[in-house]
Design a protein around this ligand. Structure first.
Ligand SMILES: CC(C)(COP(=O)(O)OP(=O)(O)OC[C@H]1O[C@@H](n2cnc3c(N)ncnc32)[C@H](O)[C@@H]1OP(=O)(O)O)[C@@H](O)C(=O)NCCC(=O)NCCS
Length: 201
């Protein structure tokens, strides 16, 4: 991309205050049904109260609008996603492996970039900023079980498939559950091409 994105970390309160513009980015990136947005808004608002919540936004410049965001938190028992994935991984990989991946994990809940701003390196930088300095052993996520930009991005950063074709309780299209050890592999640092500076955060 021509210049590095400006990355900003939001407190939980700031994240809740920005929910409407962030939901608009979610709706654009996911092509989401507008009827589902109030429910998604409520889930995001609840997630802001989870432990060690971290949200990062991306702008093309300091004065410009937010063009992408990601958020996550410490995964723990009692959280719907964490409990569902723990149960599924226990069945498919065994209790020891489930504990290895989930007992001390960050859950990466959402990452989205506005469609016209995709393929500029913003998603990669959001992922690296989200996980930088996190104390957890692993980072976990679920993503539609297809060959998508997101899936390739996660693999480049060191994620692997722990389970594929998984339907969440209540029924969902098939998902892949992916996990990586922290810290993530940094494809930008690994790239030998000259780069100007680190993202500001
Ligand atoms: C997944 C997502 C967040 C990634 O964000 P992004 O900003 O597009 O990610 P990046 O730009 O870092 O990388 C994406 C692609 O652009 C390429 N790219 C990055 N910088 C580039 C540049 N300067 N020139 C050309 N291509 C570039 C990457 O190599 C990568 O290519 P690939 O798809 O062939 O693997 C974004 O595509 C998105 O919002 N998708 C829809 C929503 C979604 O799926 N969210 C995740 C749900 S689990």
């Amino acid at each position: 991309m021509p210049s590095l994105p400006v990355l900003t970390e939001l407190s939980p309160a700031e994240f809740i205050g920005e929910l409407d513009p962030l939901l608009a980015i979610y709706a654009d990136a996911m092509g989401a049904d507008p009827d589902g947005l109030p429910g998604r808004r409520e889930v995001m608002r609840r997630h802001a109260g989870y432990p060690a919540f971290r949200a990062v936004t991306a702008r093309l410049d300091r004065e410009g609008p937010v063009v992408g965001f990601a958020y996550g938190f410490h995964g723990a028992g009692g959280q719907w996603w964490h409990d569902a994935v723990w149960s599924a991984l226990s069945w498919s990989l065994g209790l020891t492996a489930a504990a290895h991946w989930l007992a001390d994990c960050m859950e990466l809940a959402e990452i989205h970039v506005l469609t016209p701003r995709q393929r500029m390196g913003i998603g990669t930088r959001l992922m690296l900023a989200m996980t930088a300095g996190r104390p957890e052993r692993t980072v976990m996520l679920s993503t539609p079980d297809r060959e998508t930009t997101a899936r390739r991005l996660y693999r480049r950063l060191g994620f692997s498939d722990l389970m594929t074709g998984y339907s969440f309780p209540g029924g969902s299209p098939p998902y892949a559950i992916m996990g990586a050890l922290l810290p993530l592999r940094d494809p930008i640092a690994a790239d030998s091409r000259p780069r100007s500076a680190s993202p500001s955060i």
